[in-house]
Design a protein around this ligand. Structure first.
Ligand SMILES: NC(=O)c1ccc[n+]([C@@H]2O[C@H](COP(=O)([O-])OP(=O)(O)OC[C@H]3O[C@@H](n4cnc5c(N)ncnc54)[C@H](OP(=O)(O)O)[C@@H]3O)[C@@H](O)[C@H]2O)c1
Length: 221
């Protein structure tokens, strides 16, 4: 029998609920502990998903010696801080997208994970969905032929409340960080890193991009 992996979750918002629901379908996973800035939220979340322990501080959760891996479900602007909090406590990390706010933060996260020999991963689910796997397989077996271009879109009408994470600059708001990363990732997965990037954004009053269009250009043409 495989070892049971004890999960902790920090930041008990929308996606944390979905994640906890799905974790119940994973045979070797046990939701052991959850942490929220609000103890009542932590308590009701723990009750709903049968987690043994709940905390009012993220630090207290990462100090629990029985937690093997932490799922970070806080807004993007806090991913760097919370990932380092977990890694420095030698906890494996599954961090929500967008991984961090810039390349320097990501490099430091990776450096810390390597230095401590601890698992670190961005929760980019579209890398693993059947549609992506099938696309990659079709490309590999040559049945599509040579790929000349990729067109990818993702959009929805979001909650424009300036305090909520989608349009709040302080929390890392904006279209690119929230869902623009998906078409960017798909393009890089299929065509590799581009030589030139041309981007045009429509900015919202809060100073974040409400919409962004990006063209990647490759030396190969
Ligand atoms: N993979 C996906 O499909 C997917 C889908 C949706 C979202 N996400 C990602 O998951 C992350 C969270 O998104 P969400 O939609 O779940 O957001 P959300 O509902 O706003 O939840 C974020 C949680 O982070 C915690 N938090 C800690 N400091 C905070 C602060 N200063 N301001 C606001 N919240 C703070 C809060 O939990 P406590 O109060 O409990 O501490 C809050 O409930 C984002 O990075 C997003 O990109 C991924």
């Amino acid at each position: 029998m495989s070892k049971i992996i004890n999960w902790g979750i920090i930041g008990l918002g929308k996606i944390a609920h979905k994640f906890a629901e799905d974790l119940q379908l994973v045979e070797d996973a046990n939701l052991l502990a959850v942490a929220s800035r609000d103890i009542e939220n932590a308590k009701s979340f723990a009750k709903k998903f049968s987690a043994n322990q709940f905390y009012s501080s993220y630090k207290a959760l990462v100090e629990n010696p029985n937690v093997d891996v932490v799922y970070i479900a806080t807004p993007h602007a806090l991913h760097y801080e919370h990932t380092l909090l977990c890694l420095n406590a030698n906890k494996a990390v599954l961090c929500e997208k967008a991984f961090a706010m810039n390349a320097a933060e990501v490099k430091e996260m990776i450096r810390t994970a390597k230095a401590r020999n601890v698992f670190l991963m961005e929760a980019l689910w579209t890398r693993f969905i059947p549609g992506t796997l099938k696309t990659l397989a079709l490309i590999k077996e040559g049945s599509i032929g040579k790929i000349h271009s990729v067109e990818a879109d993702f959009g929805f009408i979001g909650d424009t409340d300036p305090e909520k994470r989608l349009f709040n600059k302080r929390l890392g708001g904006g279209a690119l960080f929230d869902i623009g990363i998906y078409p960017v990732f798909l393009s890089i997965l299929i065509l590799g890193a581009p030589k030139y990037i041309n981007a045009h954004a429509t900015m919202a009053a809060t100073g974040v991009d409400a919409e962004v269009k990006i063209t990647f250009a490759y030396e190969s043409g």
